[in-house]
Design a protein around this ligand. Structure first.
Ligand SMILES: [Zn+2]
Ligand SMILES: [Zn+2]
Length: 193
């Protein structure tokens, strides 16, 4: 079981992403909306893109009591930074993250019939939003981030950004097959590659 889903240990109510559901009560239909600044979980990153360390999200969270537990809904605009997958220029952007997660009551039917991997659990009166937030942010990170949608990237021959090259830029390779043959015959090709 991944570390983030391990819910056996007791939750620390002082942690910013742990919520106390006593404020909602257990009558289905009752709900509470609350706003809380939370530090973004650490190490949210893919190869070329990450959430800047120390980011604080201003979360507006809806807690709703339902038959089987507490339903938590929230949306967040999460800042990201990274390097463009085409030109490697640094960029900053935002991704929208939406969470709707059920936290089942202990001893509910959901608790009896599902794994903790499938449905999160309340622990006593508390729930930990961090694993759900972490999963949602990682899913929202772009696997092939771009500095802008139409980034033309770099010239494969000289490595200069196409933005900085004149439109007629070329390396005068009239016929790529001929160029390949030339390269094979070139006694200096070891040092050229
Ligand atoms: Zn780019
Ligand atoms: Zn070039």
């Amino acid at each position: 079981m991944p570390e983030s889903r391990k819910t056996q240990e007791r939750l620390d109510p002082r942690k910013p992403l742990v919520f106390d559901t006593r404020e909602v009560g257990r009558r289905p239909g009752s709900a509470k909306r609350l706003r809380r600044p939370v530090p973004v979980p650490e190490d949210l990153a893919l190869d070329l893109v990450r959430v800047p360390a120390g980011t604080t999200l201003d979360l507006e969270v809806m807690l709703e009591s339902v038959l089987e537990g507490v339903l938590v809904s929230t949306t967040a605009e999460v800042p990201i930074e990274g390097e463009c997958g085409r030109c490697l220029e640094p960029f900053q952007d935002f991704v929208d993250v939406e969470i709707q997660e059920l936290y089942a009551y202990p001893d509910s039917e959901t608790d009896d019939t599902t794994d903790e991997d499938e449905v999160s659990r309340l622990q006593g009166d508390f729930l930990d939003l961090e694993p759900a937030l972490r999963d949602a942010v990682v899913l929202a990170l772009p696997t092939n981030p771009l500095c802008r949608d139409d980034c033309p990237g770099l010239c494969p021959d000289c490595g200069v950004h196409w933005d900085d090259l004149p439109p007629e830029h070329s390396h005068d390779v009239a016929d790529p097959r001929w160029a390949a043959l030339q390269a094979l015959n070139d006694p200096n090709r070891e040092s050229r590659s």
